[in-house]
Design a protein around this ligand. Structure first.
Ligand code: BT5
Length: 338
């Protein structure tokens, strides 16, 4: 199954390469099929997939195919098409390459940028993970974006914003692919146990007031296996690897804006419950025995829930509930009684 998907992907890039390199404006289906050794129907299937991705390919009977433009470009004008958000994407800044969308969004926020401003990049040269780690950000395949929010709440409520962004990503993935992802506490979104999105939130605040939060989202969309760094901390995946199909980055980005917008407005109007209940639907460790590693040591317990402020609640053997504020949570493998 996996090999079939990868073959499909390779065929698609071969079709694209031949269309790009053709010395004639049109390349016939017959010629493509001869050069790639596959049927004309299979060529047609790949052309359709490329079109779905926003490649503008003209097909004229008896002449063949001509590539007008591509790949789909993440531009403010494209992203605004059909976007029906009240807040998210009010102001959109797009870059073909930038060190980090989060760093740029923080600078914009310092300069007074309005809430709902987003920074989107096709590639990042210094994409940031947490704790000084880095985020692989190759061009043309994924989504790297940062959203500036200014919630009128005290800084202790800021962790909720992480749940908001992972829920928005999980919903977007489910809407677009039909696959149901899981959310990892306190952030990350996984598909089949592999990391498909990473989240990095940064905040500027004083004791009772948040100046701004920047929600950074990296979502692996059309990334191929050979584009991942070799030394990953956890297994990783992309929507392409999980589904076998290329996805439109523009459509996904618009969907993500809409989910973020809806969740944030609901939070401002009705409080944190919508976010937490929504997030728990994608959380698969409730009532599961886990081990939490916090850099110093580890502790075990059964997950009994997540507190309003985002702390993980762990029920220990002694019956006491412990609040975990940070750490890496892993399920404890069940012991085979035989
Ligand atoms: C994260 O950090 O998961 C947060 C990643 C946030 C990235 C977005 S992109 C837009 C915005 N602008 C930025 O500069 N950043 C945000 P962490 O949990 O520390 O995970 C980092 C680790 O994930 C790395 O050390 C690698 O092992 C692994 N990794 C790196 N790139 C990856 C990728 N594209 N997909 C999956 N795993 C990756």
């Amino acid at each position: 199954m996996r090999a079939g998907r990868i073959d499909d992907e390779e065929t698609r890039s071969q079709v694209l390469r031949l269309l790009r390199e053709s010395s004639h404006p049109f390349l016939s289906g017959q010629e493509l099929s001869r050069q790639l050794g596959i049927s004309r129907a299979a060529i047609w299937k790949q052309i359709e997939q490329l079109r779905n991705l926003g490649y503008d390919i003209v097909a004229i009977p008896a002449r063949g195919y001509h590539l007008q433009a591509g790949p789909e470009r993440l531009t403010p004008a494209e992203l605004r098409q059909g976007l029906q958000t009240a807040l998210v994407g009010r102001d959109i800044h797009c870059f073909s390459s930038i060190p980090s969308t989060n760093s740029h969004a923080c600078q914009l926020a310092e300069g007074g940028a309005t809430e709902g401003t987003v920074v989107v990049a096709d590639a990042q040269s210094a994409g940031k993970g947490r704790l000084g780690r880095s985020w692989a950000s190759p061009p043309g395949v994924n989504l790297y974006l940062s959203l500036i929010l200014r919630p009128p709440v005290p800084p202790r409520e800021a962790p909720l914003m992480t749940f908001l962004s992972s829920l928005a990503v999980a919903r977007t993935i489910e809407d677009v692919t039909g696959l149901v992802p899981t959310v990892k506490w306190p952030n990350d979104v996984l598909l089949n146990g592999r990391k498909v999105a990473g989240l990095l939130n940064e905040m500027s605040a004083e004791s009772e007031r948040i100046h701004y939060v920047v929600l950074g989202i990296g979502l692996n969309i059309n990334m191929r296996a050979d584009e991942f760094p070799a030394d990953l901390r956890y297994p990783a995946t992309s929507l392409l690897l999980a589904t076998g199909s290329l996805q439109s980055r523009l459509a996904l980005c618009r969907r993500l804006f809409a989910e973020l917008d809806e969740l944030y407005r609901d939070y401002l109007a009705n409080g944190h419950e919508g976010i937490m209940n929504g997030w728990l639907r994608y959380f698969d460790l409730l009532n599961v025995m886990v081990e939490v590693f916090d850099g110093h040591g580890s502790q075990r317990g059964r997950v009994s829930g997540v507190a309003d402020d985002g702390a993980l609640l762990l029920l220990g053997d002694d019956g006491a509930i412990r609040r975990i504020l940070a750490g890496d949570v892993r399920p404890v493998p069940a012991v085979d009684p035989t």
